[in-house]
Design a binder for this molecule. Structure first.
Ligand SMILES: [Zn+2]
Length: 99
């Protein structure tokens, strides 16, 4: 059903946005960033964690499995507060959306 990530694949990392205001807006909403899978665990975790190298516009940074446990996968979910059809949790990864 869901494809297993392998080293070298390109995925999306979701940046952490600023806190949601009472009116539902954010100064900086979370965004999809291009990321490369740098590590996969020997045994897949329930949340499908991988090590990522993330390419943000400000420069690259990494979330290695050995250092901070890597990054969990997230699936699209209803995000009714912002009136958008789908959103992902900040600090997660997903396969790039097909457009
Ligand atoms: Zn995305």
């Amino acid at each position: 059903m869901s494809q297993q990530p392998t080293v070298g694949r390109t995925v999306h990392y979701v940046s952490h946005g600023t806190p949601v205001r009472p009116d539902g807006t954010q100064a900086f909403p979370s965004r999809c960033r291009a990321a490369i899978v740098t590590e996969v665990p020997d045994q897949p975790t329930p949340d499908n964690r991988v090590g990522l190298q993330i390419n943000s516009p400000d420069g690259p940074f990494s979330h290695p499995l050995s250092k901070d446990g890597g990054v969990p996968q997230d699936e699209p979910r209803p995000f009714e507060d912002l009136g958008e059809p789908y959103a992902y949790a900040g600090g997660s990864w997903h396969w790039p959306e097909r457009v």
